[in-house]
Design a binder for this molecule. Structure first.
Ligand code: AMP
Length: 173
């Protein structure tokens, strides 16, 4: 049992066998049997954005997953796979063998120090929005675009008595 879909990740590579890194990451995601890759977009070659000048071109794709892993456990799995591919974080936005980002986790809004969902920069990145539109229908995309963290006033406690913090859904830009 691997749950339902509606979980989208971005895959990118601009070092070594770029298509090989992306294809093997998709296989590795399924290795433990608790994640299924439902569909994957085509691979697109894109210009690097940010980072040091002269970087090689990227290959990018977006995949939809089915899993019951929590968002945090899924992020940890993505990090493990990046490490297996020799990912080094020496230069910000520098070249990388494999970059895996969690874009959407169904209709969840997460605003934690280690994890922000929807991914905070996804809608500004054509290398994400174009492959996402290839595998996600327009109605679902519109619903995802409307997901925003709701910043509660400090005095307003969360239901259940927890401290007020940024979580939820605000339907405005
Ligand atoms: P990067 O080096 O660009 O792959 O960024 C990875 C860092 O971003 C890690 O420390 C993650 O905890 C953090 N992060 C926050 N939100 C996300 C997300 N939605 N997907 C991937 N990484 C995230």
């Amino acid at each position: 049992m691997v749950g339902v879909g509606g979980i989208f990740i971005a895959l990118g590579s601009n070092l070594g066998d770029r298509a090989g890194h992306i294809r093997s990451a998709l296989r590795e995601l399924e290795e433990a049997g608790d994640v299924r890759v439902l569909r994957c977009s085509s691979l697109r070659e894109t210009e690097p954005t940010g980072g040091p000048p002269g970087q090689p071109m990227y290959l990018n794709a977006v995949a939809e997953l089915q899993t019951e892993l929590s968002p945090a456990d899924l992020l940890a799995r993505l990090g493990e796979i990046e490490q297996r591919h020799g990912r080094e974080r020496t230069v910000r936005n520098g070249p990388r063998t494999l970059d895996l980002d969690l874009l959407l986790y169904r209709d969840q809004v997460i605003d934690e120090p280690e994890l922000t969902v929807p991914h905070p920069r996804m809608w500004q990145r054509r290398f994400v929005t174009e492959p996402l539109a290839e595998i996600c229908d327009a109605q679902r995309l519109a619903a995802a675009r409307a997901l925003r963290p709701m910043v509660l006033p400090r005095s307003q406690p969360l239901p259940g008595g927890g401290p007020a913090r940024s979580v939820g859904n605000r339907n405005s830009e």
